[in-house]
Design a protein around this ligand. Sequence first.
Ligand SMILES: [Zn+2]
Length: 296
Amino acid sequence: MPIRDFFHRRGAGSPDIPDDLWARCGNERCRDLIYSREFEKNLRVCSKCEHHTRLSARARIAQLLDPNSFHEEDAELRPGDPLGFVSDGQPYRDKLADSREKTGLEEAVLCGTGRIEDVAMRALVADFGFMGASMGSVVGEKVARGVERSVQDRLPLVAVCASGGARMHEGIFSLMQMAKTAATLARLAEAQVPFFALLTDPTTGGVTASFAGLGDVLLAEPGALVGFAGPRVIEQITKQKLPPRAQRSEFQLEHGMIDLVVHRRDLRPTLGRLLRHYSPPTAYAAGGPSRNGKEA
Ligand SMILES: [Zn+2]
């Protein structure tokens, strides 16, 4: 019996098998057991069904950016609780503390400078594990500050987006972030500094409707849910059945909402090419982005 079948029968979680030896595909229709090392090598994409597993912000940075090139900015910004919000008996402050503990992050987005294929850039990376990467005032502030810095230092911007939408726990302070991030991006466009948005599963709500939708080039991972409201909400409101795979990235590509659907293994070279093609020459001259002096 092939060893893989043996483990299939026993299943992960058996006392004889270390928990981290196998990973399970997150696709409900697949649920294949994958050897963890192979899974990591495959950038956490299922080799059987090509399902792209959601990544933490740190894992995404490790996959996408050049090794050790990420330097975090605004790491000290922490969300407050302006409304003293409580939902289902749980205070917002406690939810934040839980998310902090679970993810090791202060908020649902990381901002910092780095390099992709040796081209200097600034990255904004969302972590869906932190309260569904919902956009509260600090997420919006970090995005806006990152954009403003790029207006100043002309570093091209790459946002890796994921979000369940605005953070209801902060009420109107959350909704204000849509206008704020969109306004700063208008200044970035005026300054002719490129902005690439990579939409990952799921990118929805106020984030899609603000900074995530404003990329000069909109890329998405295969199969990612990309849209404003989710399909179930749309069906409930319109009383119409949506076509299969509606609001998945391939559907959005066919209907002109995004520009490219890119497999995870091709993201680095694709972003590298885009950065080289669109980056303003000053970004090369000022920052000396090519460590080895070659033409970036
Ligand atoms: Zn799978």
